[in-house]
Write a protein that binds this ligand. Structure first.
Ligand code: COS
Length: 380
């Protein structure tokens, strides 16, 4: 079903049209093969970058696309409807550009045209093997030695790990807790920055994360972003925006599942008529479509707050929570509508079902989102 969108400009309409062409022409025909092989689609991400989609919500003066979040998120939605791994790559790259764009020194900001230009790919390294939810407890250590910081530790679940050109590394330069954390910007070829083999994941195999071992990795001190001790705040601000990206990915995935299940239900006949005519199926589809519309509305409402320069952290958490839970329910129901055919790889719904699961986990589990929302409700 075509989604009826109200967009702020004609330029935004053209951008979404171009994205749809790219999604239909370049992504949809390739996704199953890449997922089956578990191959990282670096060249396809370059194509997406050349189309200008890897820096959309950053100012044009910095080399970005100058688009509001409201528009950028709808681009992600369309990409996710064809290939979630590519949409996530765009979202994670956009997240990875945030520290330098928002907190970089003049010198660091000179890197922005390259970071946003579409050729480079970024990674964001916050989680560690022993903990992701309690981010303030991270243990990767950075010790000042002359003009460098020397890093030791292991970062985990790193999207683009081993493929990225640059890494934002959140590490401990001071004492315990949030105030001891800093953000360092590292080039991929830093000696001692050692990507490990990709994880063997349930879904999103073309975009499997990997651990990054830091073994005496030397990063010049002028790559410290935002000053010592400010890293946790930078990480949280980046995630506020990143969570909107994940919510949009969930909306796009769920929309694809509704469309596919509705198309199947119109064609598939049992007891002499299309199964869509049975209320049990028709009402299921109606509930699926309603959840997707609600998830989109919540996500775009949060984006509009951000675009207006208003606080949006809690609304982003609500959007991420609701949209990703909706995507899990909707893709589960899409499998049910297809019955046995939903359980086999001849149709994409079994893949979407596996992919939806990770969205409830990344960039803060949905339990963490509930924590963010409940704290905002109850703090004095
Ligand atoms: N924006 C700006 N600053 C923020 C912030 C935000 N969204 N959230 C917290 N901070 C600041 C706080 O204001 C506080 O600063 P002060 O000490 O100056 O007051 C500091 O950061 C510590 O905040 P808090 O005490 O709330 O930290 P907690 O350790 O309690 O953790 C949660 C807060 C749980 C929200 C955080 O750890 C979190 O989001 N965890 C999940 C991490 C995650 O998403 N991991 C996935 C990795 S990416 S795949």
């Amino acid at each position: 079903m075509t989604v009826d969108r109200i967009l702020p400009t004609e330029e935004a309409s053209d951008l979404l049209g171009l994205t749809q062409e790219l999604a239909t022409g370049e992504l949809a025909p390739r996704v199953s093969d890449f997922e089956a092989r578990g191959e990282f689609p670096r060249e396809i991400i370059r194509t997406v970058g050349r189309a200008g989609l890897l820096g959309l919500p950053y100012p044009e003066a910095d080399g970005g696309g100058g688009q509001p979040y409201e528009v950028y998120l709808q681009v992600l939605e369309i990409l996710a409807g064809s290939w979630l791994g590519i949409a996530e790559a765009v979202s994670v790259h956009t997240l990875s550009c945030f520290p330098v764009a928002a907190h970089g020194t003049e010198r660091q900001r000179k890197l922005l045209p390259d970071l946003l230009g579409g050729d480079l790919l970024g990674a964001y390294c916050l989680s560690e093997p022993q903990g992701g939810s309690d981010a303030a407890a991270l243990t990767t250590r950075a010790v000042r030695d002359g003009d460098d910081f020397v890093l030791d530790g292991t970062k985990a679940w790193i999207t683009h790990g081993g493929h990225a050109d640059f890494y934002n590394i959140f590490c401990r330069t001071g004492g315990p807790g949030a105030s001891g954390i800093s953000c360092l910007f590292a080039d991929a070829d830093t000696p001692g920055l050692i990507p490990q083999a990709p994880e063997r994941t349930m879904g999103m195999r073309s975009a499997a994360p990997a651990q990054i071992v830091l073994d005496g990795a030397r990063i010049p001190a002028d790559r410290l972003v935002g000053g010592e001790g400010t890293g946790f705040r930078i990480a949280m601000q980046a995630l506020d925006s990143g969570r909107l990206g994940i919510a949009a990915c969930a909306v796009g995935l769920a929309q694809a599942a509704v469309d596919y299940a509705a198309g199947y239900a119109r064609e598939r006949e049992q007891f002499g008529r299309p199964i869509a005519e049975f209320q049990g199926v028709g009402f299921l589809l109606a509930d699926m479509a309603t959840q997707v519309s609600a998830a989109r509305a919540l996500t775009l409402a949060a984006a509009r707050l951000k675009d207006a320069g208003r606080p949006f952290s809690t609304e982003a958490a609500k959007a991420k929570l609701f949209a990703t839970d909706a995507a899990m329910r909707v893709t589960t129901d899409a499998v049910q509508v297809l019955g046995g055919y939903g359980y086999v790889a001849d149709h994409p719904v079994e893949r979407w079902f596996r992919e939806a699961k990770v969205l409830q986990i990344v960039e803060g589990t949905n339990q963490i989102q509930r924590m963010v929302i409940s704290r905002a409700l109850t703090r004095g």
